[in-house]
Design a protein. Structure first.
Length: 340
């Protein structure tokens, strides 16, 4: 070893230790915040990017190994496991097999206040969808949806929706009753988010049996948590809707779908599942991204799974899929279901 190499090696090691230590400190703080996401606003925001945090933890462990810091590498691996477990843990599945009517349900955040809805309308009318939930639907957007009115024979009454419904539903099944879920907080600030719809449906050519609908569908869109107040509002919104679903008569087939503005890994999404008694139709703890940035859409769809379809335990999920790019900053999602 030359004198120059002898003098530089300790410096390089100290520098690598500093870099590795800084990376480890960042992921440790982020992980601690995420583990307390039920009470920490920023901790819950981190859940939107849990796969990225998991990847950064692995990168930190790799850097530590390369730099020869075994202890730091071991700590980074432990933190990576803490963040990776929610991504791979098994989740509860819906009914294995049923014998009732089949239908396809879908939900799509349309990205309001744009004028080109051609791809959205084509997908909505040519994908075999029976019940479609939409979010960010303004009166302006409805002017472009004549094709949807022609395709879907049943919609909630105009006096319920108002001029700017925000949350909308289109159905090939007969809507027996449509209403908004009561006592749901809607924060009066700029931004999207609308009153959740509750629909009682009957299959085509059929009526309610003993006064009970064949299916009850909820369409949701709580506000996005871009501020602490909006976060509190979103969480209260989800709690009220979950309790409303739990209060449905026992055995009623229920579907809840929409842009929840809540990722799969948020404790508030898990609380919604627990309170409502519903099952995530995606069937995985690591669903594909549904909300992404259009700015980088040509390069990568970086974002979070915030659009969900949830079903009661007596409904069979035959297929779940994230749909194509239809011009929004959300991918649509759909599920093929079979009722009990």
């Amino acid at each position: 070893m030359t004198a120059f190499e002898f003098s530089v090696t300790p410096t390089r090691r100290r520098l690598s230790s500093s870099v590795t230590g800084a990376m480890l400190m960042v992921v440790a703080i982020a992980t601690l915040a995420r583990l307390n996401a039920d009470t920490l606003y920023y901790g819950d925001l981190i859940t939107f990017f849990l796969p990225a945090l998991f990847g950064i933890c692995l990168a930190t462990a790799f850097v530590a190994v390369i730099a020869g810091h075994r202890l730091l590498a071991a700590v980074a691996v432990v933190i990576a496991l803490l963040n990776g477990f929610p991504l791979v843990q098994p989740i509860e599945r819906a009914a294995a097999s049923t014998i009732g009517r089949e239908l396809r349900v879908a939900t799509s955040n349309i990205l309001g206040n744009r004028s080109d809805y051609g791809d959205l309308i084509a997908w909505s009318t040519k994908s075999g969808i029976d019940v479609l939930g939409q979010q960010e639907v303004s009166g302006y957007a409805l002017r472009y949806f004549d094709a949807l009115r022609s395709h879907f024979p049943s919609t909630p009454p105009a006096d319920l929706l108002g001029r700017h419904p925000e949350v909308m539903a289109w159905s090939g099944w007969k809507i027996l009753k449509a209403e908004h879920v009561k006592n749901v907080p809607i924060l009066p600030v700029f931004g999207w988010g609308g009153a959740p719809l509750r629909l009682e449906l009957a299959a085509p050519g059929e009526q309610a049996v003993d006064g009970q609908p064949a299916l009850v569908v909820y369409v949701l869109h709580p506000t996005t948590p871009r501020s602490y107040d909006q976060w509190v509002d979103r969480n209260a919104y989800l709690e009220v809707v979950a309790k409303a679903i739990a209060a449905e008569p026992a055995g009623t087939p229920v579907v809840a779908m929409g842009d929840f503005n809540t990722p799969t890994w948020s404790p508030f999404f898990q609380s919604f599942l627990k309170t409502s008694g519903l099952i995530d139709a995606s069937g995985t703890g690591w669903p594909a991204t549904t909300r992404f940035s259009r700015r980088f859409a040509k390069l990568v769809h970086f974002g979070s799974p915030v659009d969900h379809i949830l079903v009661s335990r007596n409904i069979e999920v035959k297929r779940f899929e994230v749909g194509p790019d239809i011009g929004s900053d959300h991918f649509p999602v759909f599920a093929d279901l079979r009722l009990p």
